[in-house]
Design a protein around this ligand. Structure first.
Ligand code: X2X
Length: 341
């Protein structure tokens, strides 16, 4: 830029003292100092409610801080797949990164617990658990790894199986079925227990894996199937609703802890608002998604969950994961889900 700096702009540029120090002497933090840039990255298109609402939050934060706090969004795996972005948020190359608890499981084993198959009967129970004791327990475990987790988890949704080859009507239809699952121990274990042949693939590679038929199917909430255009490469949607999945919003711990308290509070307020709105957006979207995906040529069926649950129980899935998560964690989950397995 060749424009001369105004004197206030020059002051603004020169004031490189840490905002924490400014805050402590009572200076108007949002009016001075170099802009604080936060890189926010994720795996889904900009049109998904998670990004629409976070973009609004970023705009509101920029306005409220006079441009001082600048959250920059890198959607759609621009900075890498989930596994890679998880390393980047740990190293500080990315500042904020929403990630499925089940993928986070590679770092925080407990974070996969909400994905235990058929744990939640409806959204009311999901939010009681995740905004209640279960979520608090998981966030405590996340905190021990040096990542900061915001309190509210984003909704991804109840997951359903799509295929290019056949509808899945019962667990027997999954025998030997080549299915993509996210890179996560619980996901792989679940589909092995169903008798399927799961492959762990980051979302960044899913469309092409389906297109080239490396796998026959995948599983995701309807909103993702619609927004990531998976209907172009899949034909059948089997409404298994086999688990609920959400994204914890993770921040690099060092970065977060060195962020001045008033900036933390500003970001937290707007991110929390964004999550509440995002959950409502997904609820609204879900009302019309079956109709809109059918109009795009997808064929729906709604299987009875019984054969799926029985197959998992018989394969020892629930027993295995009860052992891995431990009694204390399972008690927190079962307070909301009822007894599992
Ligand atoms: O990777 C997936 O399938 C997705 C988009 O649902 C997640 O973020 C877990």
């Amino acid at each position: 830029m060749s424009q001369p700096l105004s004197s206030s702009r020059r002051q603004f540029v020169r004031a490189t003292a840490s905002a924490g120090a400014l805050a402590s002497i009572g200076a108007p933090v949002f009016a001075q100092g170099a802009p604080m840039v936060f890189k926010w990255a994720n795996n889904i298109p900009l049109t998904h409610p998670s990004n629409v609402r976070v973009k609004e939050a970023a705009d509101a934060i920029r306005a409220a801080s006079n441009g001082r706090v600048d959250i920059q969004i890198f959607p759609n795996n621009q900075l890498g797949g989930d596994t890679d972005m998880l390393s980047q948020v740990r190293s500080g190359a990315i500042d904020i990164f929403p990630l499925s608890g089940l993928i986070l499981q590679t770092l925080v084993p407990l974070a996969g617990i909400n994905g235990l198959a058929f744990a939640f009967k409806d959204y009311a129970t999901v939010w009681q658990a995740m905004d209640g004791e279960l979520g608090a327990f998981v966030r405590e475990a996340i905190g021990k790894t040096g990542l900061h987790s915001f309190d509210r988890i984003l909704d991804n949704g109840f997951r359903n199986i799509t295929t290019s080859t056949k509808p899945i009507a019962n667990a027997a239809d999954l025998q030997g079925f080549k299915i993509r699952v996210p890179v996560s121990p619980l996901w792989t274990s679940m589909f092995k227990a169903f008798g399927a042949a799961p492959t762990g693939i980051n979302f960044s590679e899913v469309y092409s894996a389906l297109q080239t038929k490396v796998v026959e199917g995948q599983e995701n909430p309807l909103a993702i199937i619609e927004i990531a255009k998976l209907y172009e490469v899949q034909k059948y949607v089997s409404m298994t609703g086999h688990m609920w999945d959400g994204q914890w919003i993770l921040a690099n711990g060092k970065r977060w802890n060195s962020t001045p308290a008033d900036v933390q509070a500003l970001i937290t307020k707007h991110v929390t608002d964004a999550v509440i709105k995002q959950r409502e957006d997904i609820r609204q979207l879900n009302l019309g998604l079956e109709t809109s995906l059918k109009a795009k040529g997808m064929v729906f069926n709604t299987p009875d969950p019984k054969s799926f649950r029985d197959t998992l129980a018989k394969a020892g899935f629930y027993t295995e994961w009860r052992g891995k998560f431990g009694d204390e964690a399972m008690a927190k989950l079962e307070k909301y889900s009822g007894k599992l397995g």
